[in-house]
Design a protein around this ligand. Structure first.
Ligand code: ZN
Length: 146
């Protein structure tokens, strides 16, 4: 396990905007505030969702699109920069995982690509660090170089 000691920075409470993309507005917020490393958690509801599942054999993401309303029972994630090796080099990325529930209590979950926010509340904890993802050959993922 690699790790790095970090000092806590600013803390935020945020209300996500109705009709906007859940992850996109977290990234826009991080851009506006100049956040280079953070963790967050939140809850709320979305009107649809696209989840990605990472196939460990193929080392590829497979999308799953849901065109239905969900409760966001839990959203957890972190904010850092994408590495230089990508077309979106240096951009802030809100790595977000969610569990989404239906009216009957059943749930789906995974890596959140996008979702139209119905309502959402977020807690964000910034760290005094600059995290930039780097390509990892073993997993073929962009991971933290700590
Ligand atoms: Zn993920």
């Amino acid at each position: 396990m690699d790790y790095q000691r970090v000092e806590g920075g600013r803390e935020y409470l945020a209300r996500l905007e109705h009709g906007r993309d859940w992850r996109g507005q977290i990234e826009a917020f991080a851009d506006a505030e100049g956040i280079d490393a953070a963790v967050f958690f939140g809850l709320g509801a979305v009107q649809d969702a696209t989840l990605y599942f990472y196939d460990q054999e193929e080392q590829e993401y497979h999308p799953d699109e849901f065109d239905e309303p969900f409760e966001v029972t839990a959203a957890v994630g972190n904010i850092s920069h994408l590495g230089e090796g990508r077309s979106s080099s240096g951009e802030r990325f809100a790595h977000t995982h969610v569990t989404l529930s239906r009216a009957d209590g059943s749930a789906v979950g995974g890596h959140l690509e996008s979702a139209t926010t119905f309502a959402g509340e977020l807690y964000v904890r910034e760290f005094d660090a600059h995290l930039e993802r780097e390509h990892d050959d073993v997993t073929d993922l962009e991971l933290w170089p700590l």
